[in-house]
Design a protein around this ligand. Structure first.
Ligand code: ADP
Ligand code: ZN
Ligand code: ZN
Length: 755
């Protein structure tokens, strides 16, 4: 029984955790939900003030008799804050965490900004009244007032400084006219514009028939209120970005705004420039290098109607646009769209929720859609659009797969296969550029056999063991350890080792092998400094180097027309990360890497070096064949009950005391199993066909971080709402149970990084 409402009375103070509890009078039951603007009595004098409902509960927090009652619901125009608070409540419900954490994610905390204050003087009379008054002032020889009024009749508002300066009107006269309600003085803030110094490049393209048809179809549906999310599956270079811009233009023509989410790493100068060229001053960006003040300024500009388009990573989703038309999510498969701190929301699901609240449409785009999104598109939850051709029919690159085991058999133990070396020499001679990509994701310290491809795994956990400096192989799931093997346990070959080559080692090797070539390296080490990322990319774009070596950073979204060869040095590295998405990640990275070759007029070639040339993620990527990959991957997900076929909830338990963490994990396991038994008596959570299963507890992948012990519990369910139900059932226990209160517990729904 929901009887009380927690109310926040002043968002602008940024004290989002300061809420006050009020009773909901019977007459208002049903109208009170998160986001609703209400009037409440406040303070000792019970002054009537406004506040937002953030949460509705059945528990009084203070003595019942001291709780005042909500006076009324303010139901005039719904401020954007209402919508964002309602969204926070939705995020809390569907992804866990506290309401306060959710509010902090959606409402930017107010910070002192460097925005400039500017005073403006507005005329409050209509022109006829104004002219009449002007005549009377002139008659009475009130010349200063007449001067001001005359100027305002020509132009309103006028800057305060112009009036006191050029018009020579004193502050006293201004005050007197303001008191008579003839004019109004208003202080406005002007905010920093991060794109201030950009120059527009006029270059508009005419959409080709495929782009035209997709844009027209989406716009037509959007205009009639058919706002089912759309997924554009278009290979790299097929012209998706041009379609996005066409949609945005349609929204802007109708006075609406758009949010464009882009993974931070792809938020390059080139991309921003394209939007700026089309929408000019009305575009702004957000990125993680901006200060809190700069970010706040951009949110204020969005709210004040200064902007039509906001481009940025995940958090740009909460731009307070009053009348949103589209939310576009480019590269929708990226893991960066999932928050790793509470609330662990996914921007895609949250975008759909926000769009639903304001009648906007979500448009997703990717060359390699996530298996989740593609499955939804196939089942009709999203509308699917395919773009299978590159612009002006530039051919896709030719891909060669090289079996590294075969290379070893031929006596080649270097990191370059014969084929890749040959092609590199050819490109250097022709003065074309080369990208070498080291697919290095997560923990890549595993040990494998270079003769047969066998990877040394933990006998208990089926994940790869990691080679540590002390010469031992260690399991990061269960702690099992063993001495480093001298021979392959599978085939007896002595060629076992860790794949130790980092980008730095590779750079050294390449410089030594190709002394005449200019080499650049891009990885976490070389991009630590501000702007170094852009510097490396622009140096390469300006052809100051022949070879660019890098990690996954280099495969995202950049357009280098002179690159005609891409080498993937060890394609399997990401196949061995302990994550059910390992194959999907590998496919995505390889497809993107291949997409870097042949962006210009000359066709490109790609060499994929691998120990597992027969793996479906690798063969499908080599053939640029999304459908085949998707088919295989869905079979695997179905067999293993992984998302999107089922849903996964990870419950993280952390404590500085190991015994507490262990006990809490056991208690949560027990409670969860009990809930499942109650709902599904036939199975009781056993993994034998039940619709909900609980697995664990186990140590987290990194079981101990800075003296905090971490345990995890998995709950799998066919139906996402069953997982929400589990979370809702456990939530009160987390607050009230003596043991559980002592540990920190976090829910992560359908996690994107490891599990
Ligand atoms: P995607 O977003 O799918 O990778 P882009 O929209 O970036 O594709 O298009 C790839 C390249 O082709 C860009 O340089 C873009 O300016 C150009 N392009 C896109 N559409 C057209 C078009 N209709 N006519 C000419 N050039 C186009
Ligand atoms: Zn072997
Ligand atoms: Zn293990």
């Amino acid at each position: 029984m929901a009887e009380y409402a927690d109310i926040i009375v002043d968002i602008s103070l940024g004290k989002l955790d300061r809420t006050f509890q009020y009773r909901i009078p019977p007459a208002l039951t049903g109208q009170i939900r998160p986001g609703v603007l209400v009037e409440v009595p406040f303070g000792n004098g019970s002054r009537r003030i406004r506040g937002y409902v953030v949460e509705v509960t059945g528990r009084p927090e203070i003595e019942e008799s001291r709780i005042k009652e909500i006076l009324a619901v303010v139901d005039r125009s719904v401020p954007i804050e209402s919508q964002l608070i309602a969204l926070a409540a939705w995020m809390r419900e569907n992804f866990g965490g506290t309401m306060n954490q959710a509010l902090k994610a959606v409402l930017p905390v107010k910070v002192k900004t460097a925005g400039k204050e500017k005073r403006l003087i507005y005329l409050l009379l209509d022109p006829a009244e104004g002219r009449e008054l002007l005549r009377r002032l002139e008659q009475k020889h009130q010349t200063a007032r007449a001067r001001l009024l005359g100027a305002l009749l020509e132009q309103s508002p006028l800057p305060y400084e112009t009036v006191t300066g050029k018009l020579n009107v004193t502050a006293a006269v201004i005050r007197a006219m303001a008191e008579k309600q003839v004019i109004r003085v208003e202080t406005v803030r002007t905010y920093r514009n991060p794109l201030d110094r950009m120059k527009k490049q006029e270059k508009s393209v005419e959409l080709n028939p495929v782009q035209r048809q997709i844009a027209d179809d989406i716009i037509a549906r959007w205009r009639t209120g058919d706002t089912k999310p759309s997924l554009i599956h278009g290979i790299t270079g097929s012209g998706k970005t041009e379609v996005y811009m066409e949609l945005i233009a349609a929204a802007v023509r109708r006075g609406k705004q758009a949010i464009v989410l882009i993974p931070e790493i792809a938020l390059t100068f080139q991309t921003v420039m394209r939007f700026y060229s089309r929408f000019g001053e009305r575009v702004s960006i957000l990125n993680s290098r901006m200060s809190a003040g700069e970010r706040y300024d951009q949110f204020e500009r969005a709210k004040n109607g200064e902007l039509d388009v906001m481009i940025g990573p995940r958090s740009a989703l909460f731009s307070p646009f009053p009348d949103l038309g589209f939310i576009i999510i480019d590269e929708e498969h990226e893991a960066a769209y999932k928050s790793e701190t509470a609330p662990c929301y996914h921007a895609r699901e949250t975008a759909v929720a926000r769009a639903g609240m304001c009648g906007a449409m979500v448009v997703l785009g990717s060359a390699t859609p996530s298996v989740e999104s593609y499955a939804r598109a196939k089942s009709g939850i999203y509308r699917l659009y395919e773009m299978g051709q590159r612009i002006s029919d530039r051919p896709l690159p030719t891909v060669y797969t090289v079996d590294l085991r075969e290379e070893l058999r031929r006596g080649n133990r270097s990191i370059l296969s014969g084929r890749l070396r040959e092609l590199m020499e050819d490109r250097l001679q022709r003065k074309e550029q080369i990208m070498l990509f080291l697919n290095r994701r997560g923990m890549a310290g595993f040990v494998s056999c270079r003769s047969c491809g066998h990877v040394v795994k933990c006998p208990h956990c089926d994940v790869s063991l990691n080679l540590h400096n002390n010469g031992r192989l260690i399991c990061h799931y269960c702690g099992y350890s063993m001495p480093m093997v001298k021979r392959c346990p599978e085939c007896g070959s002595p060629y076992v080792g860790g794949f130790k080559a980092g980008t730095q080692k590779i750079e050294q090797y390449i410089r030594q092998q190709f002394p005449q070539a200019g080499v650049l390296r891009m990885d976490l080490d070389t991009t630590r400094q501000k702007d170094s990322y852009e510097q490396i990319l622009s140096a390469f774009a300006n052809r100051e180097a022949d070879i660019l070596i890098g990690t996954q950073m280099i495969v995202k979204g950049h357009d280098f027309p002179n690159v005609t060869l891409v080498g993937v040095l060890a394609a399997d590295l990401s196949l061995h990360i302990s994550d059910y998405r390992a194959a999907e990640r590998t496919f995505q990275l390889l497809t993107q890497a291949a997409g870097r070759a042949g962006r210009g007029k000359r066709p490109g070639e790609v060499v994929i070096q691998t120990y597992q040339p027969e793996h479906y993620a690798i063969t499908a990527a080599a053939n640029q064949d999304y459908q085949t990959f998707y088919g295989h991957e869905m079979l695997f997900r179905e067999m293993m009950h992984y998302p999107p076929v089922w849903n996964l909830l990870v419950i993280h338990i952390a404590s500085s005391q190991e015994t507490l963490a262990n006990q809490a994990a056991d208690v949560l396991q027990y409670r969860t199993a009990a809930m499942i038994r109650q709902k599904d008596p036939g199975h009781g959570g056993r993994p034998d066909g039940a619709r909900i299963q609980v697995i664990g507890p186990a140590d987290a992948a990194v079981a101990k971080v800075s003296d905090t012990f971490r345990k995890i519990l998995y709950v799998k369910a066919a139906d996402y709402q069953d997982l929400v139900w589990i979370k809702d059932g456990l939530d009160p226990e987390l607050r009230e149970d003596a043991l559980l209160k002592k540990v920190s517990v976090q829910f992560d729904f359908n996690p994107m990084n490891g599990f």
